[in-house]
Design a protein around this ligand. Structure first.
Ligand SMILES: [Zn+2]
Length: 212
């Protein structure tokens, strides 16, 4: 069921009252008694619109690819409402606009988010290359779940995890500096930490955010 920009999953049960729930992943479910009409359900859901919105924004969407119209995702640390059927893919005014229909949401959204992250890296990487004097030969973005980034010392290529898009931008900055550091230091040894402290003095605080 659609109420404005929300998608609500309605289920009928042999119960007495209407129940509304916002799940942890941002799924809105409504359980309705058998005797309540569709019109009444719609009216009830509409009257709870503000409450649903508030809970959606507070929900912690764990899985990024759980995309539904009116759901919530985190992009660079900011909670955004997903809107399908837009003219182009973009983040604007608290919303993530996606140009695909809702049924293609997951696949398209993953690609759209990857593009957003690539664009961000393209603007941030040169800044840190300039500061550190270290240069990656190329970079890529992959949906790595266990690492934020990797660096291939031999080829000079850096790979970033798509999961970085959830985190505030300073986390991406830290990973860029970290992986650039591996171009000249294979291990996390004293020399590596000296490099980190020098180029990114705030690294301990940002690393905590990455672990959240
Ligand atoms: Zn490392």
């Amino acid at each position: 069921m659609r109420i404005g920009d929300l998608t609500i999953f309605v289920e009928r049960k042999n119960i007495k009252n209407l129940h509304l729930r916002v799940g942890r992943t941002g799924k809105v479910s409504l359980t309705a008694p058998l005797f309540v009409s569709v019109g009444e359900i719609e009216k009830f859901a509409a009257s709870k619109y503000a409450w649903i919105r508030k809970n959606l924004l507070a929900a912690k969407a764990e899985d990024y690819l759980d995309f539904i119209h009116g759901g919530c995702v985190t992009v660079f640390g900011e909670r955004l409402i997903v809107v399908f059927g837009a003219k182009k893919d973009e983040c604007k005014e608290g919303k993530l606009y996606l140009k695909c229909p809702p049924q293609e949401g997951e696949k398209h959204a993953a690609a759209a988010l990857k593009k957003l992250l690539v664009k961000k890296i393209e603007s941030r990487l040169p800044v840190w290359e300039e500061k550190t004097g270290l240069h990656a030969s190329a970079f890529s973005v992959r949906d790595m779940k266990t690492r934020w980034g990797t660096c291939n010392i031999r080829t000079g290529k850096i790979c970033f995890s798509l999961q970085l898009i959830k985190k505030p931008e300073e986390c991406l900055d830290y990973i860029i500096v970290h992986e650039l550091g591996h171009l000249i230091n294979r291990w996390h040894d004293k020399r590596f930490y000296n490099y980190l402290r020098y180029n990114f003095p705030d690294y301990e605080r940002v690393r905590k955010i990455l672990k959240e």
